[in-house]
Design a protein around this ligand. Structure first.
Ligand code: ATP
Length: 334
């Protein structure tokens, strides 16, 4: 199997040389550089541990994937997608950052941002629903992270409250990029354009010309967009459909499309069959109605959403990530 191993796993070590001078060396981090603590969670192909960098004492979450199990289940492709995607998304506070990767004979290790606050779904289940202020804050953070990943050519394709983790400050960190679609990176494309202008041939041109639609069926039934069900194709707007489902769920306490089976859920989605609970806030209803639109080209864009009245007065960008998370309170209809 192709276990990709490149970059990322670099750290700095200070050593004293034979002449007594301090030298700074770049070294690869390995399993022995971390002390492992309790299990934070288990996935189908992985266990996630709390771990501490022995040198810096900084805490991380380390995801350990067992090679044998991944091979047996034919998931090598997904493991590589997750890693390649995370390596592209390292500059945003709203996305779980991958710091180092390494491997030994049995396992792959991903050293990630620690998210002590758990999953947004768990937090939502404790309060039942979120009030408008909380929904606005968490909605804004999720939207800001979506905008960043789209700007880097990543479609998540499986956004849902389980994949929104929370850090110490109860700020959002989006995770689970195993089913993401990587479009040609716009920044790489720009570099290549500059190179082409200088007469350097472009090896990735065919890929760059590929339609930005991504075939193949992935996701979770309740948040799957109608275009994925009817055309088997996902685009950036598919993530905004999921975003609409999440806004609905935060205020209503349940996702808009939910039925006894996956098949029945899909039926509801393609027929746009959902209802708002009584007392659902007016501005949020308008926002959700403009996101849960069957034709992806007619859905609100990130910019439209930011300017929607539901987000009136809500800072985005740096101010959003510096602000304190609101106290969690359930929505009380008027
Ligand atoms: P599956 O592989 O079945 O889809 P999953 O994607 O949740 O499950 P993992 O990504 O391995 O699998 O995560 C397992 C559990 O560990 C999750 O439920 C999550 O709560 C926890 N977890 C994952 N990443 C972190 C993190 N960075 N910080 C804290 N906890 C985490």
């Amino acid at each position: 199997a192709e276990w990709q191993e490149r970059g990322a796993a670099v750290g700095i070590r200070r050593e004293v040389d034979a002449n007594g001078r301090t030298v700074v060396r770049q070294v690869k981090k390995g399993v022995r550089d971390f002390s492992f603590g309790r299990v934070l969670g288990e996935g189908s192909y992985s266990s996630v541990y709390l771990a501490t960098d022995r040198q810096t004492l900084k805490e991380y979450a380390i995801k350990v994937l067992e090679k044998r199990h991944i091979l047996k289940e034919k998931k090598v492709k997904y493991v590589n997608i997750e890693k390649n995607t995370l390596n592209r998304l390292t500059e945003h506070p709203g996305i779980v950052r991958l710091y180092y990767t390494f491997q030994d004979e049995a396992s792959l290790y991903y050293v990630l941002d620690l998210c002590n606050g758990g999953e947004l779904l768990g937090v939502l289940k404790r309060t039942g629903t979120f009030d408008i202020e909380c929904t606005r804050f968490y909605g804004a953070q999720i939207l800001d992270a979506i905008e960043y990943m789209h700007s880097r050519g990543v479609i998540h394709r499986d956004l849902k409250p389980e994949n929104v983790l929370l850090d110490d400050a109860m700020h959002v960190k989006i995770t689970d990029f195993g089913t993401a679609k990587l479009l040609p990176d716009p920044r790489e494309a720009q570099k290549q354009q500059d190179a082409s202008a200088r007469g350097v041939p472009d090896p990735g041109r065919r890929e760059a010309e590929e339609d930005s639609r991504a075939a193949s069926f992935v996701g979770t039934a309740e948040y799957v967009s109608p275009e994925l069900l009817t055309n088997k194709s996902a685009c950036k707007a598919s993530d905004l459909w999921a975003f609409g489902c999440i806004i609905y769920q935060l205020l209503a306490g349940r996702p808009p499309f939910k039925a006894g089976s996956e098949y029945l859920t899909f039926q509801k989605i393609v027929n746009l069959e959902y209802e708002f609970p009584a007392g659902f806030p007016h501005a949020a209803r308008d926002l959700v109605e403009r996101l849960l639109v069957l034709d992806p080209s007619r859905r609100l864009t990130v910019e439209h959403i930011r300017n929607h009245e539901f987000f009136d007065g809500q800072p985005f960008g740096v101010g959003l990530w510096r602000s304190k998370a609101p106290r969690l309170r359930p929505y009380v209809p008027p």
